[in-house]
Ligand binder design. Structure first.
Ligand SMILES: Nc1ncnc2c1ncn2[C@@H]1O[C@H](COP(=O)(O)OP(=O)(O)O)[C@@H](O)[C@H]1O
Ligand SMILES: [Mg+2]
Length: 273
């Protein structure tokens, strides 16, 4: 009886594996330092980002949240004098290596900015622009991706009858969901959102928040927010930054109900920042 099973893994192995899968990591950040010229804006940060979760980055203005976020898809490369040290490991590669193809990287790790920035083109073209550039030219194929992306961004029903109207005719909240749809169309694995709803009215903000929670089924999301309620509503993990340091990183509920570090408690209770 026993020998019949000798080549099979023991049951416990599967159990362990499954329980760990919930906390699978998509990014491992090791001793990340980021400089603008001589000035260091991120002071050697180490943290793992969970797959299919929403990770919120909080902290007062100027503490390095955007700098940190931009390093993950190498957007800081566009800033003269900016440089990074350390490692950001994604699929066994260090994103910071010189030989990384940043165009390919930015498809897998997409970014949405604070101010909605659709191109002054039609809704349809906003989504297909980068796809055409990537070599997808067949209309039938593009049509499918446009619909899928807009569906996932919870915008399809609002725009399906006016896909060829200007994106600039949309409201701010719709424009931001279009920018999210544009990112989704590239089939990313990670989405970086830098205060994506801070320029929106409360109703649009609520829609974008619902969307983010929904999207984590398919993507790993890192969101910068200065809005503490937003972080506590939508994120699974929260990282608190202060002056370029990572002060505390834990489950969002823990950070907001029982933080381990006094500075975190002072910040979330509104005593500074
Ligand atoms: N393009 C830049 N050139 C020089 N310094 C910058 C640049 N962007 C940000 N910084 C500096 O880096 C620090 C962190 O900024 P930032 O990442 O924008 O913070 P946050 O997003 O938390 O408000 C600040 O001191 C800021 O002045
Ligand atoms: Mg910022």
């Amino acid at each position: 009886m026993v020998t019949a099973f000798k080549d099979e893994p023991i049951t416990n192995h599967f159990l362990d594996h499954n329980s760990q899968q919930q906390n699978e990591q998509i990014l491992q950040i090791n001793h990340l330092e980021i400089f603008y010229g001589e000035k260091r804006a991120v002071n050697g940060i180490t943290l793992d980002i969970e797959k299919n979760a929403v990770t919120a980055l909080i902290g007062p203005s100027g503490c390095g949240k955007s700098t940190f976020l931009r390093s993950i898809n190498r957007m800081n490369d566009l800033i003269p004098g900016a440089r990074a040290k350390g490692e950001i490991i994604y699929e066994d590669l260090n994103i910071l290596s010189e030989d990384i193809n940043v165009v390919a990287l930015r498809k897998e790790i997409g970014m949405v900015f604070q101010k909605p920035n659709p191109f002054p083109k039609s809704i349809y073209e906003n989504i297909t622009h980068a796809l055409k550039f990537a070599g997808i030219k067949k209309k039938s194929e593009l049509d499918v991706i446009v619909e899928e992306s807009l569906q996932k961004a919870a915008l399809w029903d609002e725009v399906k009858d006016r896909l060829h109207k200007s994106a600039l005719s949309l409201s701010g909240g719709q424009q931001q969901r279009l920018c999210i749809a544009r990112t989704i169309a590239m089939k990313p694995t990670v989405m970086l959102l830098d205060e994506p709803s801070s320029a929106l009215d409360p109703i649009s903000n609520a829609k974008v928040e619902d969307l983010i929670v929904d999207l984590k089924k398919d993507y790993s999301i890192i969101i910068v927010t200065h809005n503490m309620q937003q972080a506590s509503r939508i994120s699974d993990k929260t990282a608190f930054f202060l002056s370029g340091d990572l002060i505390e990183y834990d489950a969002t509920e823990k950070i907001f109900t029982n933080p381990s570090v006094k500075k975190t408690e002072e910040y979330i209770s509104g005593r500074f920042g």
